[in-house]
Design a protein around this ligand. Structure first.
Ligand SMILES: Cc1ncc(COP(=O)(O)O)c(C=O)c1O
Length: 396
């Protein structure tokens, strides 16, 4: 065990499912550990490293901004914040022309919940079974998994959870006090669950009919990951509120809650502020990230590379007994296994590929969208080797 591991174990929380490597450097889709071993990163910081680790454009923007102005509270205007808000809203689905900037995904969700209550004057929310929205108390109320919640109850009242992908189940939960429906366009933590066609459109129409706000949590799916800039675009749906975080500033902490001006302006002075929200460093990194995504057409690249990746995963699933199913969209992929995947992840690590979990039996892949075809081929070959050797072990 390295000194860094000892120190983190000694002084840090034991809340993370740890892998036994100490990452010290990254570039594109590659990470290096302290010993100089190289890994292809299919975890991608749980989907953060969209434009790649240490993307040169982001690094330059951070460097320039760090020498100019690092912090600037929202009570003063700032050039980089204005520029970033302009780029972000220009890239957003039609009509979402305003954004509240914060520092993480959970915070972006908190703001979405508060906005929905404030704008409608109602308190009830419908979230989805299997959904994940973060671990602060409000976001956790929308999150489904009992194991994350039970020690911390009571959380926010008036949250109901409907079966994901089942429009009638959502309909059944709507009552007089419902203000919003919150969902991920594709569930990430829940196991990379792509909803049936027509579902998101159906939720949109239900919200319109019943006067509810539709909140799309695009924290994991947004920014090109699924082959479109926003996952909702795959089904031609525009939400009323959209939450973003993860890769929005190329790896610098950030959160954003996008919506229409009329909704954002239901917050009155002082009702929602944050010391670090919209800080110039994150905003400069965010502008460089959005420019890179657009210039390099990352959504198209994610779609094309994602198709190759998924067909490779499907081949593995067909040729072997341990996998149950390969699924996903763009570069948001999963290989569900019939067994606990811990051994598979550990062996992959030894062969130079970092994957992550969705639950105990789903290998989740959230690779940087800049991953090359050669790297994808290497990942598939490592995974195939590891699955074969695990099968041989079990057979013997
Ligand atoms: C869909 C979704 N919402 C919210 C969050 C919470 O984001 P954070 O960990 O930045 O609080 C995540 C994180 O994985 C997520 O995937």
């Amino acid at each position: 065990m390295s000194r860094a591991m000892e120190l983190e174990d000694l002084h840090g929380p034991a809340t993370y499912q740890r892998f036994p490597i100490t990452a010290v450097r990254g570039s594109g889709a590659v990470l290096w550990d302290e010993q100089g071993n190289e890994y292809i990163d299919c975890m991608g910081g749980y989907g953060v490293a969209i434009v790649g680790h240490c993307n040169p454009d982001v690094v330059n923007a951070i460097r320039r901004q760090a020498e100019t102005l690092i912090t600037c509270h929202g009570s003063l205007y700032n050039d980089k914040r204005g520029e970033f808000l302009d780029k972000l809203t220009a890239a957003s689905p039609h009509g979402l022309d305003a954004a509240y900037l914060s520092n993480s995904g959970a915070e972006a969700v908190e703001v979405a919940i508060k906005l929905a209550k404030k704008f409608t004057g109602k308190k009830g929310m419908i979230a989805m079974k299997g959904g994940y929205h973060g671990k602060t108390s409000g976001a956790l109320s929308a999150t489904w998994s009992k194991k994350y919640k039970e020690s911390f109850e009571p959380l926010l009242p008036n949250f109901k959870h409907a079966e994901y992908g089942d429009l009638e189940a959502v309909q059944r939960e709507v009552d007089e006090d419902t203000c919003a429906v919150i969902l991920e366009p594709i569930q990430g933590e829940g196991g990379i669950i792509v909803p049936p066609d027509g579902y998101l459109r159906g939720v949109r129409e239900l919200c319109d009919k019943r006067g509810l706000l539709m909140i799309a949590d695009e924290i994991q799916t947004g920014l090109g990951r699924t082959g479109k800039m926003w996952a909702c675009e795959n089904w031609n749906v525009v939400p009323d509120i959209m939450t973003l975080a993860k890769g929005l500033a190329g790896g610098v902490p950030i959160g954003a809650t996008l919506t229409r001006s009329e909704i954002l302006h239901s917050f009155k002075r002082g009702e929602q502020t944050s010391t670090f929200g919209g800080n110039p460093l994150a905003c400069a990194a965010g502008s460089a990230t959005l420019d890179f995504i657009q210039r390099e057409k990352l959504p198209d690249r994610a779609r094309l590379n994602g198709e190759k990746f998924l067909s490779g995963l499907r081949d593995i699933a067909q040729r072997h007994k341990l996998p149950r199913e390969a699924r996903g969209m763009g570069m948001m992929l999963a290989l569900e296994m019939r067994v606990d995947i811990q051994e598979i992840l550990m062996q992959s690590l030894q062969k130079g590929v970092v994957f992550t979990y969705s639950g105990r039996n789903v290998v989740r892949l959230l690779p940087p969208l800049v991953m090359t075809s050669e790297q994808i081929a290497r990942v598939l070959s490592v995974l195939e080797d590891v699955v074969s050797s695990e099968e041989a072990k079990r057979a013997g």
